[in-house]
Write a protein that binds this ligand. Structure first.
Ligand SMILES: [Zn+2]
Length: 412
């Protein structure tokens, strides 16, 4: 049977979303947020809400004032039962340039506008509402249920990584992100490289006396987008994700029009399919780029005072884990069955963005993404969620829980 929300439940859900959006939780960058503690106030509100649902709440701080929350009902879940967490993050991206009121939800044309409505307070409100209704109806599954709220998702999922480092585990996870109420079992993992080329400055009227770092970098850019490297990163493909990609996304170099530049810097955005380990790709990149530049005939100048690492350095390398949950994992299958009934989703999807699913999956948890809304609306100046999506997400989770009342979602 499909569960639908009563008008009163819909109103409660929308009220909860409105209250969540009203609490600013902007996470701009790790340094700023260490000082501003963006999740502290919303975590206090969510803690009180979870307690009002009868849950006990444990706070595990990633750093002072930035707690991941782990909530459960002590009397719920059979002995030895598998465990399932419903998860959503507490932070949002900044509100610069927003054309709608970011913290005061406006309803227009069947949409709720405001920062976080789509990413991802809508998911949080939907999950909390479904849990509360299923509890009220005495129709919870036998699996041990957790609601987990994470910090620092928007700055690369450091909160989820800290939660995994603290030892918390469940067997399965449903992570709230805007998937259009469809199940997502795969996403790519980012590999971000910052490259510097090393030249030697001199007056531009006598360029033969220097080494032009921008000229070296032009070869690096050609390499990144050229056939050898593109062939390497596209050598393996994933059934839901296709191939890995890599692009030069920023460039800066040079100081003055009449000076041969001694340094140039680019950033490269790589998105790797799960079968391509980031450290292996980075090692191949370093080796193949060195070979490419050696063949190009570019030489450090006769002056010989070029940086001893050669023509280039990888000055920063960051990687974040991909998601590769088996479509046959019980959480993916069971949630997928219900999504098919609600919206006709034929099978699990892959997406190119990444989320808290990465650290969870890396820690051995069967994690899927699921939530209301369109990811195209996340992070935008007029962020909104369709109310129909919001209600459907709650109804799908409620159906998942109540259909397995007294039984296991994850076993049997
Ligand atoms: Zn998000």
């Amino acid at each position: 049977m499909i569960q639908s929300l009563s008008e009163a439940d819909k109103k409660d859900l929308l009220d909860l979303l409105t209250r969540l959006v009203a609490i600013e939780s902007v996470n701009r960058d790790p340094q700023t947020s260490r000082r501003t503690r963006p999740e502290e106030r919303i975590a206090a509100f969510v803690t009180e809400h979870l307690r009002s649902m009868g849950m006990v709440v444990e706070a595990r701080e990633m750093e002072p004032g930035r707690p991941n929350l782990i909530a459960h009902w002590p009397d719920q879940g059979a002995a030895g039962a598998p465990s399932l967490m419903l998860n959503a993050h507490l932070d949002t991206v900044p509100v610069d340039g927003m054309t709608v009121n970011p913290f005061n939800v406006t309803i227009r044309d069947g949409r709720a506008y405001g920062r976080g409505t789509c990413d991802t307070k809508g998911s949080m409100a939907a999950f909390l509402t479904a849990l509360a209704i299923a509890r009220r109806e005495g129709a919870l599954p036998s699996d041990k249920l957790y609601f987990v709220a994470t910090v620092a998702e928007e700055t690369c999922c450091q909160g989820a990584a800290a939660l995994m480092a603290s030892g918390f585990r469940t067997d399965a996870a449903i992570v709230g992100e805007a998937t259009g109420c469809r199940v997502v079992t795969s996403h790519k993992g980012p590999l971000w490289l910052t490259i510097e080329t090393h030249g030697r400055a001199c007056h531009a009227s006598m360029p033969h006396l220097g080494v032009n770092a921008i000229e070296i970098m032009s070869r690096v850019v050609q390499f990144v987008h050229g056939p050898a490297w593109q062939g390497r990163i596209k050598r393996s493909s994933h059934p839901l994700l296709g191939e890995s990609t890599m692009s030069v996304t920023t460039i800066e170099g040079g100081a003055k029009i009449n000076i041969i530049p001694d340094t140039c810097r680019i950033q490269i955005d790589g998105r790797l399919v799960p079968s391509e380990p980031a450290n292996q790709v980075a090692a191949d990149f370093r080796r193949m780029l060195a070979e490419h530049l050696a063949q190009s005939g570019l030489q450090p100048s006769a002056a010989g005072d070029i940086n001893k690492s050669g023509l280039f350095s990888i000055v920063r390398e960051e990687a974040y884990p991909p998601l590769d949950c088996s479509p046959d994992a019980p959480v993916a299958r069971r949630l997928g069955e219900i999504c098919r009934e609600f919206n006709g989703q034929p099978g699990p999807l892959g997406v190119n963005y990444f989320a808290d699913t990465g650290p969870f999956n890396q820690a051995g948890i069967d994690a899927v993404l699921f939530g209301p809304g369109d990811i195209a609306q996340a992070h935008t100046v007029d962020e909104y969620i369709e109310l129909e999506q919001l209600y459907q997400a709650a109804e799908i989770i409620l159906t998942l829980l109540t259909r397995h009342a007294g039984r296991s979602i994850l076993r049997g």
